[in-house]
Design a protein around this ligand. Structure first.
Ligand SMILES: [Zn+2]
Ligand SMILES: [Zn+2]
Length: 371
């Protein structure tokens, strides 16, 4: 029987407050859970958005992080899929494989292990972390900014031992989400025009589908060179434009792009993205997690014209069913992940990673746990 582990974790004590390395107690895994020794975890914009979210101040102290690779340290009662020593990828939306949604073939929104917003584990609605008896909240039921964490066995995917742990963690969220938004949700067709607000792997997904024009919109020109490698063909910095960005896009695309993607989590930008795609069949896919106001406004006439607005969480991928295919594509070099990593930092420098991402200075920063 596993016992409590005391280890280092980067704890956020309040919204927007610098993270502090603390000794935390990590409970043994309960039934159907596994405890994982995290090896690498990458920082995602949604970690930042939720860390800054003052509306959730009751969910602190909290351990963020949801893109991670690690090794199973112990397994809870009833777990047959994993053994101690297995390499795993954690995922922020699980797949129970048995609920109505998992069986539908239409969605990856598992009804049992869906996006966890209360800072606790899905099962008993309690935390597995504490500091001197005080509970520490989880994030997305993953909380990977800790040397050890507990996840539901439905929120982990087994990896072969030869998969590089320091890069594959990106498939936990960011890299997979962008590819899935392009392939599963938008289903981009060959020769089409695409505009992407906030650069990321959507561009690679568009390129691999044969899009002819892929416009990246971002305020940071330093990202352009990296973005080009992923398939961005035109780069627009809104700060350099003296007319609304949607007008620029309309001019470049003869009336609007076939597809537009909002990857930032700015709901005003969703309206801009909708205005940037063409009447009739234009499709806007939104995959950013909203920072503040979650309301979206759009002129009804745009929808009457036939435009569609679709949301994409984890790119429509069902983790257990689909992630092994993406991992194989990565190993085959059919998809590129390594180039997305602009920084590698140890856990103790996690605040630097937050700062880099907040300032838009990095695409992905991988945090390495102490050996
Ligand atoms: Zn399910
Ligand atoms: Zn993420």
């Amino acid at each position: 029987m596993a016992s409590v582990i005391t280890c280092d974790a980067a704890v956020a004590w309040g919204p927007g407050e610098l993270l502090v390395l603390e000794k935390v107690e990590v409970d043994p895994p309960m039934a159907m859970e596994i405890r994982v020794k995290i090896i690498c975890t990458s920082l995602c914009r949604s970690d930042i958005n939720q860390w800054e979210n003052k509306a959730q101040s009751s969910l602190f102290p909290r351990i963020f992080g949801h893109e991670a690779s690690g090794i199973v340290e112990s397994v809870g009662e009833g777990v047959t899929e994993f053994d101690v020593g297995d390499h795993v990828l954690t995922v922020f939306i699980g797949e129970c494989t048995a609920c109505k949604h998992c069986l539908s073939g239409k969605s990856n929104m598992c009804q049992v292990l869906g996006l966890e917003r209360r800072g606790v584990m899905h099962g008993d609605q309690k935390t597995r972390f504490s500091i001197k008896g005080k509970p520490v909240f989880h994030y997305c039921a993953v909380s990977s900014f800790s040397e050890y964490t507990v996840v539901h066995s439905g929120c982990a995917v087994k990896l072969d031992h030869d998969v590089p742990m320091d890069r594959i963690c990106l498939l936990s969220c960011g890299a997979a989400a962008g590819l899935g938004a392009a392939w599963n949700v938008a289903n981009i067709s060959e020769g089409s025009s695409v505009v992407i607000y906030g650069l990321g792997t959507v561009a690679q997904g568009a390129k691999l589908r044969g899009a002819s024009l892929v416009i990246g919109v971002d305020i940071n020109p330093e990202k352009y060179e990296k973005a080009k490698a992923f398939g961005i063909t035109e780069f627009i910095n809104p700060s350099d434009c003296d007319e609304p960005i949607q007008q620029v896009i309309k001019r470049l695309t003869d009336g609007g792009a076939d597809y537009s993607f909002e990857c930032i989590g700015d709901t005003k930008m969703v309206s801009t993205a909708l205005q940037s795609c063409c009447d009739a069949w234009g499709m806007t896919v939104t995959l950013g997690v909203p920072k503040g106001n979650p309301e979206v406004s759009a002129h009804y006439g745009m929808l009457l014209s036939g435009k569609t607005l679709k949301g994409s969480l984890f790119g429509g991928w069902k983790p257990k069913s689909d992630l092994p295919l993406l991992v194989a594509k990565y190993l085959n070099k059919d998809i590129e992940i390594d180039n997305l990593v602009t920084h590698d930092l140890p856990l103790k420098d996690i605040n630097t990673a937050f700062e880099l991402m907040k300032k838009g200075k990095c695409l992905r920063c991988v945090i390495h746990m102490p050996k």
